[in-house]
Design a protein. Sequence first.
Length: 319
Amino acid sequence: MNLRARTARVRALLLTLISCFVVAGTATGCTSGDDRPRIVVTTNILGDITREIVGDEVDVTVLMKPDADPHSFGLSAVQAAELENADLIVYNGLGLEENVLRHVKAAEESGVAAFAAGPAADPLTFRTGDEGGPAGESGEPDPHFWTDPDRVRKAAGLIADRVVEHVGGVDEKTVRENARRYDTRLAELTAWMEKSFAAVPEDRRALVTNHHVFGYLADRFGFRVIGAVVPSGTTLASPSSSDLKSLTRAMDRAGVRTVFVDSSQPTRLTEVLREEMGGDVAVVPLYSESLTEKGKGAGTYLEMMRANTSAMTEGLTGR
C-alpha cells in the first residue's frame, strides 16, 4: 500500500473511531475497523472477474449493483470515499462508467493505484453498421470488451499482476493459482461458444441490438453488425426517426428479423422498430452490460456469456 493510500486508510479509521465515541452507549455499539486489503471495482462484470482472481485474499467492493446500467449509475458520498481508501481500483477505463470516472480520477490523484482494464484488452473502435458498404467507425474506443472472452483472459491476467504489485498482504501463489484456474475456465468458454455459434449459418450471422455492445463478439466469432436501435455505444443517446428508418432498411437488405436487447433496458424503442417493420420482428433479451442477482440468469460473467450464446444461437437459427 503506498503512503497516500495508507494515509487515507488511517483517516478512515479515525473517522470510524470518532463515530464509535458518538454512538457509545447505544444498543448497536461499534467495532474497530479491519485492516484487510481491499479492492474497489466499478462494474459488476469486472467485480466478478476480480473476485475469481483474489478469492478470500482481499475484500472486494463492487460499486455497480446488479441489473444496473454502467453508463448511468452514480456513486454516493460513502462509495466515493471507498475509492480513496482502496489499495487498488479496477475499472473499465474506456468511458463506460460515465458518472464515476471523475471519482476514479480523484482517487488516482490522491495516490491510489488503479488499473484500467479496457485499454489493456486491445480495444476496438465502434462499428456502426456493416450493410451497404464498409463498417463505419466513430473513432471512439468501444468499452464492451468483455463480449470477447479471449480479451477477458488478457485482462484477468493483468488484474492478477496488479493485485500482486499493489495489494499488500496477499499470498502471491494463491492469486496466481486462482488466475490460472480462471484462465482455464475462460478458455473452455471460448471453445464452447465457437461450437455453439457453428450452428448459425453464414447468412444468418447478422446482429441488431438495442445499442452497440457486441462489436467484440462479432469480431471474435465472425458476425456482421447490421446496426442498433440506439446508434451509439451508450444507452444515454437517443435515436432520431431517420436513424430508425435507416436501421429498418439495413435489416430489410440483410433479411434480419431478430433484435437482441438488454434485459435490464426499456424496450419502448424496440417496439417502435417492430411497428416500423410491420410486427415481423423477434425481440430476444440478453444480459449485455450487467450481471443479475445470483440465481437470476446471469449471476457471474461465465453464466452471462453462456446464457447469451444460447439465446443468440436460438434467436438466429429459430431452434
